[in-house]
Write a protein that binds this ligand. Sequence first.
Ligand code: UDP
Length: 338
Amino acid sequence: MPSSKQQPRLGSHPVSVVTGGAGFLGSHLVDFLLARGHRVIAIDNFVTGTVNNIAHLGGNPQFKFIQQDVTEFLFLDGPVHYVWHFASPASPIDYLELPIQTLKVGSLGTHKALGLARHKGARFLLASTSEVYGDPLVHPQPETYWGNVNPIGPRGCYDEAKRFAEALAMAYHREHGIETRLVRIFNTYGPRMRLDDGRVVPAFLSQALRHQPLTVFGDGRQTRSFCYCSDLMDGIYRLMMSEVSEPVNVGNPQEITIMEFAREIIRVTGSRSRIIFKPLPQDDPRQRQPDIGRARTRLGWKPQVTLPEGLGKTIEFFRNRILDRAKARKPAGRRRNS
Ligand code: UDP
């Protein structure tokens, strides 16, 4: 457990609050914390999260769920030792559709989550993002890079909300002495991503598993670096328990072009899909690769799961989701006979 000037007072079980606890990453974090003996209170308004991600926790006495928008005042009885602020739309098509909610959860939601941490004497961790670097002019991206963000472009609502959230966390740290942690999360994938969330992993996997064309945006030469969700959870947990209050990149530095990624998806799924090209969305970053030097040296963290391994686990999840959907669409009579 952490030692610091403001160490949370722990009973038999540390208590963690996870905002966005029914989302893709939030729900993995809830599972990760429960497995480490935390009592967990998850808060979510189901704007992009879903009850399916936490349904398996029904009846678990260590788990409590509150359906609430975290931009509203958070009142919780009892002790809280850790606040993990994960609530936010995070896929480009989600935050394009919900720009005001994205700005509000990054600003007002972060304010409420920091207020809760301050009131309870808890540590606070912000799920920040590689998007704070925008379309980066420095490659790979170290935490010392200030970024190249278009504040008024379509991605500005997410990028600037997260930059504001980082600034607010630092202000609470400096002015109120709150123990704050900032993790800059690079592209992460795994089970529980929504089939239709528009990000490249669910998009390509659902296309490949249905033998439909894979939609590469632009010429496919833009790069990303994909981290499997269990690696990310390990890095985030280490960060919260560390003494590092500077931002830390957590992501997999193995960089790949989107075109190569499309071919890899076709290979690992054994799909008959072909590749087609669609226009590149505005301000789509051309390259992205985390410099994970700080996570390696300060947290002793590095990713363990290779892309083929992680994709294997993710494919299983997507295959089942596609089968479930197909079953749900079949008429009742035919379903009984099949
Ligand atoms: N992309 C693509 N086809 C798709 C979805 C995304 O080529 O059907 C590209 C997108 O233009 C971007 C990259 O894949 O260059 C990663 O996109 P994603 O939405 O997953 O997240 P981002 O890293 O851009 O936030």
